[in-house]
Write a protein that binds this ligand. Structure first.
Ligand code: FA5
Ligand code: MG
Length: 436
């Protein structure tokens, strides 16, 4: 939550973005450095790892009946990002601590699902893919960045198709086979409370559509990870997992606009990685998009950045945004090359400890934001390392550890001192904390 003072000192009257002007108000919380990121469009760059990964997936699906949308602008309305999809009014995703608002009615999309409705209406093929940059206020570390990329997939049928269930079976059979191993699910999705089969389709239809969805995502994941293995082998790796079939598992999930809902996890180097949320689209969302009441289908949303980190051996998510040629010249259209680090510069840790005022509304993400506003990509990580309440005064104390590190050069103590003081001053000015 932002104080009035933070708002009035930080934001101009109007924000310009993609040829539109947005009047700022008490909801505005997009800092200038985030607006700058919207210009980068990494997924459209054919020689950038994110663009290469998008091309790879698109090429696997090019003859399977999908339209590809890659040009949606990041500013959307709260209706598109939340309401149309059935997000409850009190969903945490709507809060200012999680989402970048241009103003009360417009925000930077937090997921590609914000464009589902327009594609459902526009699309002339059975399915579509949307790739776009998405924005979330979040923690800072090697795998989290306030901007990342998602690819949305969706597929629709009409229940009025002659021999509909036989058609679904045929459509399932037309998905290319993989040798992927599917482990037992952690729990069956349809048993999740509030996540049942929808009344307007039969048990059989829901089952077949779920199978079509899962086989499609397994095919996608299989292609991407097989490419990752080949590339690792070419780079000389002899690790045993490279020769074992890929293992995945389906986990029950909940999304406001799908029912039932599933998440796939992929076993990679000894860990289950959450890759992709999905489910059978709620009929109301299809009706909201202007489709007729005979339509049914599935949707999924996959995060591209963490997968690209695995594919290209990229150790830190910030590198994707680097403008250093030692990074960008390593990647070429159609090639999955393993990133060769050009050097590792030492980081500098700085702690910041303070007492919070009694009625404090300071959120962890606010601290992250101030650090990023002053340090930009020099902020490698921000971690809340200590928190306690004074037994007598009842006052709360917090300590954050900030690691400053550059991808491209050595930092001096003096420049870090300057940045760190600015962070301290901002916290004092805007949140009335007292530095300890
Ligand atoms: C969604 O965003 C849903 N829109 C996905 C969806 C689409 C569900 C259609 C149902 C139907 P989620 O917040 O879990 O779900 O994000 C989806 C994927 O994005 C995650 O599995 C993860 O791979 C990636 N992701 C999420 N947050 C981050 C982050 N901060 N940095 C990098 N990748 C992230
Ligand atoms: Mg998730």
């Amino acid at each position: 939550v932002w104080t009035a003072r933070a708002y009035s000192t930080k934001y101009p009257q109007e924000i310009q973005l993609d040829g539109q002007s947005y009047k700022t108000d008490e909801w505005t919380n997009v800092p200038p450095y985030i607006l700058e990121l919207t210009k980068r469009q990494l997924h459209q760059n054919p020689n950038h790892p994110i663009g290469i990964l998008r091309d790879l997936i698109q090429s696997n699906f090019k003859d399977l009946g999908y339209t590809f949308y890659n040009n949606f602008k990041p500013a959307v309305t709260t209706v598109e990002n939340f309401d149309i999809l059935g997000f409850p009014q009190d969903h945490p995703g709507r809060s200012k601590s999680d989402t970048y608002y241009l103003n009360k009615t417009h925000l930077l999309r937090t997921h590609t699902s914000a464009h589902e409705h327009e594609c459902f209406l526009d699309c002339k093929t059975p399915g579509y893919f949307i790739t776009a940059d998405v924005y979330r206020r979040d923690e800072i570390d090697r795998t989290h960045y306030p901007a990342f990329h998602q690819m949305e997939g969706a597929r629709i049928w009409s229940k009025d198709t002659p021999n509909f269930e036989e058609q679904l079976v045929k459509d399932i059979e037309s998905i290319p086979k993989t040798n992927i191993i599917v482990e037992d699910p952690v729990r069956d999705a349809p048993t999740h409370p509030g996540n049942p089969k929808q009344d307007y389709m039969t048990e059989k239809q829901a089952q077949l559509i779920s199978i079509h969805l899962k086989k499609t995502i397994e095919f996608l994941v299989h292609n991407v990870f097989e490419t990752a293995r080949e590339s690792a082998k070419l780079a000389g790796s002899t690790e045993p997992y490279l020769n074992e079939p890929l293992k995945v598992r389906w986990v029950e999930a909940y999304f406001p606009w799908t029912s039932p809902s599933f998440e796939i996890e992929v076993w990679w180097k000894g860990e289950w990685l959450e890759c992709c949320g999905s489910g059978i689209v709620n009929q109301q969302v299809l009706l909201n998009a202007g489709l007729t009441d005979d339509k049914l289908g599935w949707a999924f949303g996959i995060g591209l950045d963490r997968i690209a980190m695995l594919l290209f051996g990229i150790p830190d998510i910030r590198l994707f945004w680097s403008l250093d040629e030692r990074f960008s010249l390593q990647f070429q259209q159609g090639k999955i090359a393993t990133f060769v680090p050009y050097s590792k510069y030492p980081g500098i840790d700085r702690d910041i400890s303070f007492w919070l005022p009694g009625d404090s509304v300071l959120h962890e993400n606010d601290v992250m934001e101030y650090v990023r506003s002053h340090a930009g990509d020099l902020a490698e990580s921000v971690v809340l390392i200590d928190e306690f309440v004074h037994p007598k005064t009842g006052k709360k104390s917090q300590c954050y550890r900030i690691n400053y590190q550059s991808m491209d050069r050595s930092l001096t103590r003096d420049e870090i001192n300057v940045i760190h003081s600015k962070v301290e001053n901002d916290l004092v000015d805007n949140f009335d904390v007292s530095i300890r």
